[in-house]
Design a protein around this ligand. Structure first.
Ligand code: MG
Ligand code: ZN
Length: 218
């Protein structure tokens, strides 16, 4: 019985993810699923993307947090559409919640949709949301052993962005160690290093997202 219920939940998650993918394809929206631990700079990264792509890409954002709409309010200050999902008991965005959240976004006025997942390196990796690209962010304050401890999220992500590199002089973090470990589980992963404070590496990273977005929508 338990197995049946688990299979059913799995099935409905896959159904919702497929519907999201079809909906976004029909409306020509490129979707990014952004995953990281709490506090590694996901919202800051999205804010930087909004400001850098103003006039080039129409961005919308769906924020996932267990509680509060602090992040959606932050994003709205940049003048783009934002909707907050509160997952309450769930430590990741479930596909049915994202599907419902898309009702609150005018997809015809959106080229690029950022979905900021709940801060968590574990189960968001197990749950495809129908995204075009999955990005994992890792800040230099979190330690360079993370790809060894949480391989699945690095294995299933297309891009890895190492954030807060301006803090490198103050922490024991070896970017090369991260790169080697991430590539061991995912040889194709593209790796960027950025600092939202100094702007280091941001243009190259954002250009890559734009290129991927253009590739989908021409
Ligand atoms: Mg956030
Ligand atoms: Zn979870």
């Amino acid at each position: 019985m338990k197995v049946d219920i688990e299979r059913e939940i799995q099935q409905s998650a896959e159904d919702s993810a497929r519907r999201i993918r079809e909906l976004l394809a029909a409306r020509k929206v490129f979707a990014v699923n952004l995953i990281s631990s709490p506090g590694s700079g996901k919202t800051t990264l999205i804010e930087a993307a909004i400001d850098a792509m103003r006039g080039k890409k129409r961005i919308a954002v769906i924020e996932g947090d267990i509680e509060t709409d602090i992040d959606a309010a932050r994003i709205r200050k940049h003048g783009v559409q934002a909707h907050q999902i509160n997952t309450r008991s769930s430590c990741h965005i479930q596909p049915f919640l994202l599907l419902a959240a898309l009702d609150h976004i005018d997809l015809d006025k959106t080229d690029l949709l950022f979905v900021e997942n709940v801060g968590n390196l574990v189960c968001p990796a197990e749950v495809p949301l129908g995204e075009d690209v999955r990005i994992v962010a890792l800040s230099v304050t979190e330690g360079d052993e993370k790809p060894l401890k949480y391989p699945l999220v690095f294995k299933t992500s297309d891009l890895l962005v190492i954030t807060k590199t301006d803090l490198l002089p103050h922490v024991k973090f070896d970017p090369d160690r991260v790169k080697i470990a991430a590539r061991a589980v995912n040889p194709g992963i593209e790796i960027f290093e950025i600092s939202a404070v100094t702007g280091y590496g941001l243009p190259a990273f954002l250009r890559r997202i734009e290129t991927l977005c253009d590739r989908k929508n021409g």
